[in-house]
Each structure stands twice: as structure tokens, then as C-alpha cells.
Design a binder for this molecule. Structure first.
Ligand SMILES: C[S@@+](CC[C@H](N)C(=O)[O-])C[C@H]1O[C@@H](n2cnc3c(N)ncnc32)[C@H](O)[C@@H]1O
Length: 169
């Protein structure tokens, strides 16, 4: 019995470690930046919003509650995914998937949000975005730029604020 519990705990922590290597470790976007993020997103009711690697789902729930968007969060670290699923009970309109973000078809997305690392964004995600994202979609990267793409807007209101990049396809 003790062995089974240790094994389950190990597997849960393993998914967190894999997620950290795959796209980014769990570091949540700051709540006080949500207004800036969604000003750039210009999200409208019924539009499809993605948070790639949604952590505990805060951004996804905000997009749904405040803008009535079809909000989708993808997460592969089990503890965070379980937190999302618990929150979904109180926010029935949101959609959390236990899914590797690189395997999701993003062609229907209107707004794609992520907080990755410079390496994973540029070496792994960028090509997928170039292949799949439809014309007119908005892509928002928290803190890190996408190399060789020209942002439509960079939001950085003061020295202490982190940059948030808006790209238009
Ligand atoms: C920097 S956190 C950002 C969390 C959330 N988007 C936010 O802004 O508050 C990155 C998240 O991506 C998740 N993640 C990493 N690799 C992933 C992958 N391949 N597919 C889905 N989620 C992944 C991590 O578990 C982590 O929760």
C-alpha cells in the first residue's frame, strides 16, 4: 500500500517535471496584468480563447467570465489540471483539457495566450503557430517575444511592468 502511494505521488510529480521541460514550469501570470492582457486580446463574446499551458486556470476563467468567450485551457501537469477541473465545477462554461499543447489543433482559435520560455516558444511553438493559426487571430505572449515576428503592440507601461506582446496573423 505504501509503495502504491509513493508510486502515485511520483507519477504526479513526474508530470510536473515533464511540463517544466516541455513548455515552461508553473509560474502564474500576475493578476494585475490581466487587464493589459485582455486589452490587447480585444476578446469578444463567443470567440475561441486558448491558454496554452493554463496552470491553475485563472486566465481561462477570467476570459470566460468577463468576456463570455469560449475559453479553453490545456494542461499536462496533473496537480494543476486537477485544480482546473475542480474550478470548472463552479465555472461550468469553461473547458479544461488534459492535453499536450503541441498536439492541439489551433486552427479555430481567435485568441491564443501563453506564458512560455524563450527557448520553447521559439524552438517548438512558433512553427506550429505559423502553420495552424488562422488569419485575423490574435496571439499574446506574456513576458517573452517571438523571434523575428513583428508585434502589433508591446505593452510595457513602466519600467517595473513585464512586457506583453500582441501579434496579429
Ligand atoms: C508559466 S506557466 C503559465 C500558467 C498560466 N498560463 C498563467 O499564465 O498563469 C506554464 C504552464 O504550462 C504547463 N505546460 C508545460 N508544458 C505543457 C505542455 N506541453 N502542454 C500543456 N501544458 C504544459 C505547465 O504545467 C504550466 O502550468
Amino acid at each position: 500500500m505504501y509503495f502504491v502511494i509513493v508510486l502515485i505521488l511520483f507519477l504526479i510529480l513526474w508530470t510536473v517535471a515533464i511540463a517544466g521541460l516541455s513548455f515552461a514550469p508553473w509560474v502564474p501570470s500576475k493578476k494585475h496584468d490581466f487587464e493589459r492582457i485582455f486589452k490587447l486580446a480585444n476578446l469578444k463574446p463567443g470567440e475561441i480563447f486558448y491558454d496554452l499551458g493554463c496552470g491553475t486556470g485563472k486566465v481561462v476563467i477570467y476570459a470566460h467570465k468577463k468576456f463570455k468567450a469560449k475559453s479553453i485551457g490545456l494542461e499536462i501537469a496533473l496537480p494543476f489540471y486537477c485544480i482546473c477541473k475542480c474550478k470548472q465545477i463552479f465555472n461550468p462554461g469553461v473547458n479544461f483539457k488534459y492535453k499536450n499543447l503541441y498536439k492541439e489543433d489551433l486552427s479555430r482559435a481567435d485568441v491564443i495566450y501563453f506564458f512560455g520560455t524563450p527557448k520553447t516558444i521559439n524552438e517548438k511553438l512558433k512553427a506550429k503557430l505559423e502553420r495552424e493559426v488562422k488569419k485575423g487571430a490574435r496571439i499574446i505572449s506574456y513576458v517573452f517575444a517571438i523571434n523575428n515576428w513583428s508585434p502589433a503592440v508591446v505593452s510595457k507601461p513602466d519600467d517595473s511592468a513585464v512586457p506583453i506582446y500582441l501579434y496579429l496573423r
